[in-house]
Design a protein around this ligand. Structure first.
Ligand code: IFM
Length: 453
């Protein structure tokens, strides 16, 4: 790997989300979310855990901001918990909740770290789920009102807004496969939810523009470039187009082109999942609402999809930490460059930011309480090498947020999967910066990616 510089003013940061790190302290006015409810259902979270304490960031945030500052982070991407702000999802607000974010942001600003606020990272207020959650169009309007309230409260401190994190996960993992809250296995509910989340993005963008005209605002999508296992083999090629449609284009097209992809409309129709009301949940004018001009697209990149049979050798390779992460996700750094080249061509944006990228691996504390995480460090190095190459091609990739600053609650995997640059000893809440953190700190200081292998 050759040494490569990043552009001047490149935004280096790390990311987190509310439910994954904050903890839910009784008596602070926060209402329950669908993730509290999901965790309470036996068998949903692999280690039976929940978000009650998580990283106790709600109380320890100053320590965590110091860790970001020590690493040299220029920006921190975190999410606001909707049920902390509006415990019932709409109506009365909770001043203790908004005050928490004001204190967090003040701490960041004092340390010269720019806050990037995600308005929705999956913790929907339970009260709204009782009314149909994202299947219900009203939730899109409730989200826009919540977003406007948060922007009003924080616009004196915040200039970077992300409406949603990974609508694909909300729709598909939450409503089609049931792996995430609210745990439905209903493909029609997934399509409805995807549409209402996208609609709520557009509605919230309008409110952000009105309230904070000088702020930068956009959405974060998790994108997974797809490849045929055997290039040229028609079934694999077709499957790759379908995967791309379901995973990427279903979200990119409405946001950038005010339309849903025709081939996917036909595909879902052929699957017979639409019911007698057909596409009625998409109302006239929705797509132009969704396609608000964005200042940037946030891209969460972890891996790629390969469609078709890759043979038995590939199955065996899953145990190889140089080829697969601890999540069983293939390490394919070239995919990051392929993806950004494709985005720049098909979905041109003023700016792109990698708003998440990182890897879970099993970490082991040494006797002197260190974490040597060579595989995670290698993952970062290989991906940052691609980031530098993308920038060198003149594509406006303007920043990179590592996922995540801390080990945290990895949804259905509970605390078993560690994505942090900083190890969290959950028994004591001690924070231990890993070798990858120390390496990234040097990279940020040099504004250069260099070899570590
Ligand atoms: O932990 C998640 C995060 O909440 C959303 N993007 C992917 C990460 C790793 O799975």
């Amino acid at each position: 790997m050759q040494e490569r510089s990043l552009p001047k003013n490149f935004v280096w940061g790390a990311a987190s989300s509310s439910f994954q790190i904050e903890g839910t302290i009784p008596g602070d006015g926060r209402g329950p979310s669908i993730w509290d409810d999901f965790c309470a259902q036996p068998g949903k979270i692999i280690d039976g855990s929940n978000g009650t304490l998580a990283c106790d960031h709600y109380r320890l945030f100053r320590r965590d901001v110091q860790l970001l500052a020590d690493m040299g982070a220029k920006a921190y991407r975190f999410s606001v918990a909707w049920p902390r702000i509006l415990p019932e999802g709409r109506g009365a607000s909770n001043p203790i909740g908004i005050d928490f974010y004001k204190r967090l942001i003040d701490e960041l600003l004092q340390k010269g770290i720019t806050p990037w606020v995600t308005l929705y990272h999956w913790d929907l207020p339970s009260a709204l789920e009782k009314q149909g959650g994202w299947r219900n169009r009203d939730t899109a309007y409730a989200f826009a009102d919540y977003a406007a309230y948060v922007v009003e409260q924080l616009r004196d401190r915040v200039d970077h807004w992300i409406t949603h994190n990974e609508p694909w996960c909300v729709a598909v993992l939450g409503h089609r496969t049931g792996e995430h809250a609210p745990g439905l296995k209903d493909p029609l509910a997934a399509l409805q939810s995807a549409h209402h989340v996208l609609l709520s993005h557009g509605l919230a963008m309008q409110r952000i523009r009105a309230l904070a005209p000088d702020a930068q605002a956009g959405i974060t999508l998790n994108l997974n470039p797809s490849y045929p296992a055997t290039p040229g083999k028609p079934e694999d090629e077709e499957a790759a187009v379908l995967f791309d449609g379901d995973f990427n284009r279903w979200y990119l097209d409405p946001v950038f082109r005010a339309s849903y992809p025709q081939d996917m409309i036909k595909h879902y129709e052929k699957q017979g999942i639409l019911g007698h009301q057909g596409w009625n949940f998409i109302q006239s004018g929705d797509l132009s609402t969704i396609a608000q001009p964005n200042d940037f697209l946030g891209v969460n990149f972890y891996s790629r999809g390969v469609m078709g049979d890759r043979g038995p050798a590939e199955e065996a390779a899953k145990a190889d930490p140089l080829r697969y992460t601890g999540m069983g996700w293939e390490i394919y750094p070239d995919g990051l460059q392929d993806l950004l080249v494709r985005l720049a061509k098909d979905y041109p944006a003023k700016a792109y930011y990698i708003t998440e990228n990182g890897a879970a691996y099993d970490d082991h504390l040494t006797a002197d309480r260190q974490i040597h995480d060579p595989h995670r460090l290698r993952y970062y190095a290989l991906h940052l090498d691609q980031v530098a190459q993308v920038c060198a091609r003149g594509i406006p990739l303007k920043g990179y947020f590592a996922w995540s600053i801390l080990d945290n609650f990895e949804w259905a995997f509970g605390y078993e999967k560690r994505f942090g640059l900083v190890y969290v000893d959950y028994a004591t809440q001690e924070r231990i910066p890993k070798a990858s953190y120390k390496w990234l700190k040097e990279v940020i200081a040099a504004n250069k990616v260099f070899d570590v292998l």
